[in-house]
Every structure is written in structure tokens, then in C-alpha cells.
Design a protein around this ligand. Structure first.
Ligand code: ADP
Ligand code: MG
Length: 348
């Protein structure tokens, strides 16, 4: 089916989605109801998602992963940022936000909370189809067909309510609800995180199968690094509302360049002596996103931080060794003023 998708206007090299300067600050109100400060949840991030790829997103809790997902879904309005969908700018005379929203669907972690307890599996899926204008009979027929696609026999499961299904089955219904609307991009926000390992493996296999059959592209958000390694083609690492590193999954796993990525992975890497890196594990919690540190936001937890790290914010720039691998760290850029910058450039 790949390549035959009539919606593929820009060709295989044109990213499905390009995001630039995406920003979301949540206002915090004091007791009097006036805005006293802002949570800098997502602060000027840019990235692209290639057609057919799985882009993994990792980072500690609170770093802005779900906010990014909700911004892409157009569930919340960005304070700033532009979207390009398959080569066409979104808004301002280009593709409409509504069109973008139709092409993106999302599956959340909590399969129970995401489903209406008074809807059967078939009703839940049919509901979304009716919203987009399909008549009841068509919506029901398509709902049954979609249940079969996610491995649930409609004769057994169409009439079941959420409480009559297991966590894995409910998550299959959530996936069915998403794919029934024929999206191009499916955002999976901790979608398998609550499942037992064996069920998780089955759902990951299902997702892989659906991706091929339906020509899908995935944005896969998870705090589980092993799962992200298993499913992703590329990985994007977030810290306190910023992207600190992005690149092909094997490169990030073998040669993570950002001290944050290395710290995040250090406990897991130490399992394999051949891959052991000299990075201290992460200690403490991320700083308050209402008042993030100046310069590099990771500097307050970084053992390699120097004056330049507080003075200026490192840009996310491609590695001279691999243009697909970008890092936002003064150490990774020769001439940045960091004492290790030259050393690393020479080693390269
Ligand atoms: N609706 C909201 N109002 C205020 N703050 C929010 C809201 N949603 C998220 N945040 C804050 O934005 C930051 C990023 O949250 P989130 O995107 O959920 O992170 P993650 O998914 O990586 O755990 C956190 O500090 C969180 O508390
Ligand atoms: Mg989240």
C-alpha cells in the first residue's frame, strides 16, 4: 500500500509533518484569579516527522511530551508555532486546522478513562465515524470491521462495555477508534505503558502490523526506553520544554551526545559493559518549568556545566558526523566557549 496513498501529495521525501517554533505556556493564576506566572511546558521546539516512520519521544515526566502531542492533535492552541502538512502550510490560506486534525489521531495511556463507560466497543468506534458524517449503518459496519483489524472478533467484542474487557482489549478498542477515522499520523502517548509486559508485546506487534497495512506514521511517546528503542526509527529527547537531542535510534543509543541523554540512559547502558558510558546517573528532579535556568536548561544538573552554559542557550544543531543527528549542547559545538568543545571536535 505504501506509495499508493492518494493523500500523499508531496512524495516520499516530503515529511508528513514539519513543526517549527512550537510554544505553549500555561498561565498560572493566583488566589485573586490574575495570571501570576506561566509554566513553560513547550518552549519553541521544531522537528519533522517522515512518512512511515516511528518517531520516539523520551524525557522525564513533566518535560512537555504530552503537551507536544496535544498541540499536534490541535486539542490545545499553541502560543506560537507553524505546521506544514505534507508540504502545505497549515492555516493562513493553506490547509485548514480542521484538515490537519482529521489526519492526526491519538491513543492515551489510560484505556479506561479514554472510553465512555456507557458505550459498547462498537458504539465507541461508531461514535467517531458518525461525528464525521457517516450514517448509523455504515458507522456500525465499519466499527465491526475495525474491531477485526485490531484482533477483536466483532461477534464477541462489539457488544462489550469497557468493564467487560481487559486492559489490553480496551487499548485495542482505543486503537480501533483512532484508526477507524483513517488518520495518517497516530500519536501514541504512553499507550502501552500501563499494560503487562506480555500484553504490551502483543499490542506493539499489532501496532507494527497496522502501520504497514494502513500506511501509518507514528509519534511514539514513552518513558520506557527499551520500548522506544524497539519501536522507533528516530528518537527525540526532551528536557524542560526543549528538544535537547534528536537522531536515528541506533545512533542515540550508541553515541548519545547530550549529557542529559547520556544520564537518562546511563543506568540502562551499564547493563552492557561494552556500551558503558562515563555519564553519572540523573539525580534530583528537573527544575521548576515556571522559572527554568538561564542558558542551557539542563546545566543545573549537568556535571560538565561551565559559565557559557548559563550565559547562552545552545542551539539544536546537526552533528558534523551525521546531519540526521542534532544536539543542543555547547560541548558538541566547536568554538562555543566550553572547555570541552574543542576536545570533542578533535576526537571526531
Ligand atoms: N493544563 C495545564 N495547565 C498548567 N500546567 C500544565 C497543563 N498541562 C501540563 N502542564 C504542565 O506542563 C508541563 C509539561 O507537562 P506534560 O506535557 O504533561 O509533560 P510530560 O507528558 O512530558 O510528562 C508540566 O510542568 C505540567 O505540569
Ligand atoms: Mg505525559
Amino acid at each position: 500500500m505504501t506509495g499508493a496513498d492518494p493523500r500523499d501529495r508531496g512524495g516520499p521525501q516530503q515529511p508528513l509533518l514539519i513543526v517549527d517554533g512550537l510554544k505553549k505556556y500555561f498561565p498560572l493564576r493566583n488566589a485573586l484569579g490574575t495570571v501570576s506566572a506561566h509554566v513553560q511546558a513547550v518552549d519553541g521546539i521544531g522537528f519533522s516527522i517522515a512518512k512511515g516512520e516511528t518517531l520516539g519521544v523520551v524525557g522525564e515526566s513533566g518535560c512537555g511530551k504530552s503537551t507536544t502531542a496535544r498541540l499536534l492533535m490541535q486539542l490545545i492552541e499553541p502560543d506560537a508555532g507553524s505546521f506544514v502538512l505534507d508540504g502545505d502550510p497549515v492555516g493562513r490560506g493553506g490547509v485548514t486546522v480542521r484538515e490537519l486534525r482529521r489526519q492526526v489521531q491519538m491513543v492515551f495511556q489510560d484505556s479506561y478513562a479514554s472510553l465512555n463507560p456507557r458505550h459498547t466497543a462498537a458504539q465507541e468506534i461508531a461514535f467517531g465515524l458518525r461525528v464525521i458524517g457517516k450514517d448509523t449503518a455504515t458507522a456500525e459496519a465499519e466499527a465491526r470491521q475495525t474491531l477485526r483489524m485490531v484482533g477483536l472478533d466483532p461477534d464477541l467484542y462489539a457488544g462489550r462495555y469497557p468493564h467487560e474487557m481487559s486492559g489490553g482489549q480496551r487499548q485495542r478498542v482505543n486503537i480501533a477508534r483512532g484508526i477507524a477515522l483513517n488518520p495518517r499520523l497516530l500519536i501514541l502517548d504512553e499507550a502501552v505503558s500501563a499494560l503487562d509486559k506480555s500484553v504490551q508485546a502483543q499490542v506493539l506487534n499489532l501496532l507494527d502490523d497496522l502501520k504497514q497495512r494502513l500506511n501509518l506514521t507514528y509519534l511514539f511517546i514513552s518513558h520506557d526506553l527499551n520500548v522506544v528503542h524497539y519501536v522507533s526509527d528516530r528518537v527525540l529527547v526532551m528536557y524542560l520544554g526543549k528538544i535537547v537531542e534528536v537522531g536515528p535510534v541506533d545512533r542515540i543509543w550508541r553515541e548519545a551526545a547530550h549529557p542529559y541523554t547520556r544520564a537518562l540512559f546511563s543506568s540502562r547502558l551499564s547493563m552492557n559493559p561494552a556500551l558503558r558510558v562515563a555519564a553519572p546517573p540523573l539525580s534530583g528532579d528537573p527544575p521548576n518549568p515556571v522559572r527554568p535556568p538561564s542558558g542551557c536548561r539542563f546545566r543545573t544538573r549537568c556535571t560538565l556545566a561551565e559559565d557559557v552554559c548559563a550565559a547562552s542557550e545552545p542551539a539544536l544543531i546537526p552533528s558534523p558526523l551525521d546531519a540526521a543527528h542534532a544536539v543542543a549542547c555547547h560541548i558538541a559545538r566547536a568554538g562555543s566557549g566550553h572547555s570541552l568543545a574543542g576536545a570533542l571536535a578533535n576526537a571526531a
